[in-house]
Design a protein around this ligand. Structure first.
Ligand code: GN1
Ligand code: MG
Length: 350
């Protein structure tokens, strides 16, 4: 730590250091004395070329400084030699000014859902004039659900036979939803779906709120890449509709809440309605199915691969997470027609 602090002109013995946040991938510390900072070590197994993240963030920052100078885009602080990412002993770190704010891990208030969705909509809208293809793919094929499905199928063929047996029923139920992958392949063929600057991790803990529950900024910029709006809307539906998170093992508590669906739709579309094509708007509910299903596939695949990606706090952790997501998917599908009609109404308004 001492050497890393020195790269920023900070003295390690003047700060207290504690683990921070709930991310699964990077390691995050809060370091404080009078000043507070977030220090992060980037997970190199996941982000094999961390400078791609840094390039993206700086490109967007320059663009926003010119075109939307009032937009709050929080990029890391420069080190003494002006770098917003530093490498030390083959590991990558960055330092970010800590913003006093409120962060939520579950959504228990519709106005929070509305506000978060508005923030993510605003993010993409503010960057609609930026050519998304200029951005690096920090994780190639990150939300390519066909690839995720193939990885799932591969994991069923080889690997841990004991876990494959244990998961047999869950595997079968997941295979029955493969039409969600087919629909994605149709989207890839459609000219009506545009590649935009997409956040790709729109969970509620990635929005900072002020005391009045207004959004201050969106954070966790590692997976900003060219992508489809279904990734961002989908991950909000995945994480805001249910009163419990992907960690919940009492699956009876999982549900999709109509008023939260409306809040996400109203919040996101208050910024993005005019940006989206008719076909994209029609895929709003599909976005939720897409992201929930993909997350279920990723969790079960990781379970079958002995938890190499997400890690696990107990034997069945990723199995339970996958089961949780399957339950959520089933809840959403039950209400699909009703939710589609809500989107139609918003689309037809004025
Ligand atoms: C990971 O590390 P974190 O919590 O920001 C994952 C997301 C998943 C999420 C599930 C790079 O995000 O895609 O949705 O876990 N990020 C990566 O909790 O794989
Ligand atoms: Mg993330």
């Amino acid at each position: 730590m001492k050497d890393i602090f020195e790269l920023y002109g900070l003295k390690v013995d003047e700060y207290s250091i504690e683990n921070f946040g709930s991310g699964l991938i990077n390691h995050t510390w809060l370091i404080s004395n009078g000043n507070k900072y977030i220090l992060q070590k980037i997970n190199k197994d996941v982000f094999t070329n961390p400078s791609l993240i840094d390039e993206n963030i700086n490109l967007l920052d320059s663009y926003l400084k010119q075109s939307k100078p009032e937009y709050n885009f929080i990029i890391p602080l420069p080190s003494l030699n002006g770098k917003t990412i530093v490498d030390y002993k083959d590991e990558y770190y960055r330092l970010i000014k800590f913003i006093p704010s409120k962060v939520y891990s579950v959504v228990d208030n519709v106005s929070i859902a509305f506000e978060a969705a508005k923030q993510f909509g605003k993010f993409t809208k503010n960057l609609s004039g930026f050519n998304a293809s200029r951005l690096n793919e920090t994780i190639p094929h990150f939300h390519d659900i066909q690839l995720r499905y193939n990885q799932f199928e591969q994991a069923i063929k080889k690997n841990n036979q004991e876990r494959i047996n244990h998961a047999e029923k869950l595997i079968q139920s997941l295979q029955q939803h493969k039409n969600i992958v087919d629909e994605y392949n149709n989207i890839l063929q459609s000219a009506a779906f545009k590649k935009r600057v997409t956040h790709h991790d729109t969970k509620i803990s990635n929005v900072l709120f002020n005391d009045h529950n207004k959004g201050i900024a969106v954070i966790d910029l590692d997976t900003i890449m060219p992508g489809y709006f279904i990734s961002d809307v989908g991950d909000m539906l995945r994480t805001y509709l249910s009163p419990v998170s992907e960690e919940e093992i009492n699956f009876n508590l999982i549900e999709v809440r109509d008023e939260y669906f409306k809040a996400v739709a109203e919040g996101y579309l208050s910024e993005m309605k005019d940006e989206l094509s008719k076909e994209e708007l029609n895929a709003f509910v599909y976005a939720g199915k897409f992201m929930i299903y993909m997350q279920a596939l990723r969790f079960i695949t990781d379970y079958l691969n002995n938890d190499v990606y997400y890690g696990a706090k107990y034997e069945l952790h990723n199995f339970n997470r996958a089961k949780n997501q399957l339950r959520l998917l089933e809840c959403l599908i039950e209400k699909e027609d009703y939710y589609n009609s809500i989107i139609k109404n918003i689309a037809q308004r004025e």
